[in-house]
Design a protein around this ligand. Structure first.
Ligand code: HMG
Ligand code: MG
Length: 297
């Protein structure tokens, strides 16, 4: 039987949070609907953060109230603190995600507190989630480099990952926020994390700023990682990671996994159609090479 790989679609959140203008909630809903119909079973749909900092994610509550439901589709949202979690748990969500960083400066710029403070802020989030049996994902940003500090130690990545896991996060997503890493570095970082945490609790999250994302993912697949974040049409970026481009495109990832004989349950043409829908709305060409090839073939 083909080996299964879980893709976590982050386009509606990571993808749209960095757009110069906010995408209307109706368009976000239609995007999520098309992604679910394409076979994506885990979709990060928005975040409960300061609307002054990230106005693009305002309306996430309205979005969740209106999203169509599909069997087995998990809708997740980012929450940085108790305030966000209190709002999120009243809505129909299946997963929360907290986000920390392996770099102190990025933590300060992104969420206005130190790494230690961020983990303290996650405590009430974990309590709320546990009381309602909602699973929590934990992100670690800057795992292969920081836009402000440059090199980030693998020790720091492993340390923050372990602490998130000890708080109760069921999965740790290791984020190359600025798309700076190359395959051997990615592999060394994942192996160091896997030495202390179960490999099936690790996910990888590569931004494709320097075109290394698929190569990095292949290296991490060889190390046994089976959960990968990606973004339709290669949308994405973080406003606190200047110059960072989108995540690896879901279309390109599915195409590669299909070619490797790995099973995802996702229809690449249907994801490309969802990518076409959102790219048209944004008035831009898709960043997915596979989607471009499909469009001309
Ligand atoms: P803070 O420490 O309170 O201070 O917020 P602040 O000055 O940044 O913001 C304060 C304002 O936010 C106050 O409102 C609070 O009420 C409000 P004001 O008095 O100014 O009107 N506030 C909130 N509003 C809505 N929901 C909340 C909430 N909490 C406080 N939950 C905070 C800390 C984290 C909230 C803030 O700094 C923030 O929203 N930052 C944005 C973080 C963000 O969304 N970054 C992008 C996502 S992370 C990412 O992309 C990386 C990832 O993809 C992985 C990777 O690639 O590495 C996950
Ligand atoms: Mg990201």
């Amino acid at each position: 039987m083909a080996e299964h790989v879980t893709i976590v679609e982050v386009g509606p959140r990571d993808g749209l949070q960095n757009e110069p203008t906010a995408v209307p909630v109706e368009v976000r809903i239609e995007l999520v609907r098309q992604l679910a119909q394409a076979g994506l079973r885990s979709i990060e749909v928005g975040s409960f953060v300061s609307p002054r900092r990230i106005p693009q994610m305002a309306g996430t509550a309205e979005l969740l109230r209106s999203l169509p439901r599909f069997d087995e589709v998990i809708y997740g949202v980012l929450v940085p603190n108790e305030q966000g979690a209190l709002e999120a748990v009243e809505l129909p969500i299946q997963e929360l995600a907290v986000f920390a960083s392996a770099s102190e400066t990025f933590s300060q710029r992104n969420i206005n507190c130190s790494i230690d403070e961020s983990l303290d802020r996650f405590l009430p989030v974990m309590e709320l989630a546990q009381a309602r049996s909602i699973p929590v994902r934990g992100y670690v940003s800057c795992v292969l480099g920081c836009p402000y500090e440059g090199k980030v130690s693998v020790r720091s990545v492993v340390d923050v990952s372990r602490r998130l896991s000890a708080l109760g996060c069921r999965e740790i997503s290791l984020g190359d926020t600025i798309g700076i890493g190359t395959p051997r570095e990615a592999s060394a970082m994942v192996r160091a994390a896997a030495a202390e945490l179960p490999i099936d609790s690790l996910a990888v999250h590569f931004h494709d700023t320097r075109g290394q994302a698929l190569a990095n993912i292949l290296a991490c697949l060889d190390d046994g990682v089976r959960t990968i974040d990606s973004s339709v049409a290669g949308l994405g970026g973080c406003p606190y990671a200047p110059g960072a481009s989108g995540n690896v495109a879901t279309e390109d990832l599915v195409y590669m996994l299909d070619g490797l004989g790995m099973e995802t349950g996702i229809d690449v043409s249907a994801v490309a159609a969802a990518g076409d829908f959102i790219s048209r709305h944004l008035g831009r060409a898709t960043a997915s090479k596979v989607a471009r090839a499909l469009a001309v073939s």
